[in-house]
Design a protein around this ligand. Structure first.
Ligand SMILES: Nc1ncnc2c1ncn2[C@@H]1O[C@H](COP(=O)(O)OP(=O)(O)O)[C@@H](O)[C@H]1O
Ligand SMILES: [Mg+2]
Length: 233
């Protein structure tokens, strides 16, 4: 489903040139739930943005759902993202003056991608999917943090992608609410979504079957972290 071969990425700033990722080989198969962990600055977001098709300045090969991302034009890459990938971020990035339904419809309005069926009906379905069917007409302003994140998840589900990529999705939530959000991702995974979650919280990564640890732009371990502390080979 997601395959990286010898992927490297350098950021060039005026002062210096620095590798953010070095020679990453990674294969995530369909239906996996995996966590990417590592300290701040280790390269997690850079990695997710590359295989999410948000960042195309890298070397090596990235293949997602059979598409070599370097081979896609900007327009084709945007269409690829709509079709295959839903993004969830730490900041929910909802518009407070719109209703929940209108927020979930934003990707549809932005992309003007062809859509079979009634978009508003789809938005309501997506909100029901995350347990917020009763909030369609409300604005996010009065929702809890966990509810806001679930609106953002509903928005990510709008085009029925097969892959959910989540960058610190519980980073703005208290631990109980964060746990509920993780449960939402687990049930989406049980439905067949491939889910990749960046986190630096062990309570989140312990919910994943596979934990990929990155340090200094390299994968230093990749496996099931049955042992506390992540001391896997
Ligand atoms: N836009 C950028 N310009 C220059 N350097 C960057 C940029 N984005 C990230 N970096 C650097 O790349 C490295 C990895 O960053 P990032 O992927 O954001 O790490 P993480 O998500 O694990 O905290 C860091 O050293 C960071 O400073
Ligand atoms: Mg990050």
């Amino acid at each position: 489903m997601i395959r990286l071969d010898k992927v490297s990425k350098r950021y060039r700033t005026a002062a210096r040139e620095e590798y953010a990722l070095r020679d990453i080989d990674l294969h995530i198969t369909e239906g996996e739930l995996c966590a990417i962990v590592g300290t701040s600055g280790s390269g997690k977001t850079t990695l997710l943005n590359i295989f999410g098709g948000l960042d195309r300045s890298y070397t090596g090969t990235v293949t997602v759902a059979g598409n070599d991302l370097h081979g896609l034009s900007d327009a084709a890459l945007a269409a690829f993202r709509n079709r295959h990938i839903g993004f969830v971020f730490q900041q929910f990035s909802l518009l407070d003056h719109l209703t929940c339904e209108q927020n979930v419809l934003l990707p549809f309005h932005f992309t003007r991608a062809p859509f079979a069926g009634d978009p508003r009906q789809r938005a309501r379905e997506a909100l029901e999917h995350v347990g917020l069917g009763h909030k369609v007409g409300e604005t996010p302003r009065n929702l809890s943090g966990g509810q806001k994140q679930r609106v953002a998840i509903a928005r990510a589900l709008f085009f029925k992608p097969r892959i959910l990529l989540c960058d610190e999705p519980t980073g703005s939530l208290d631990s109980t609410t964060g746990q509920q959000i993780i449960e939402t991702f687990r049930s989406l995974n049980a439905e067949g979504y491939t889910v990749v979650i960046i986190t630096h919280e062990t309570r989140v990564s312990s919910a994943a079957r596979r934990v990929i640890r990155i340090e200094d732009g390299r994968i230093v371990s990749d496996g099931t972290e049955a042992t506390a502390g992540g001391a896997t080979a």
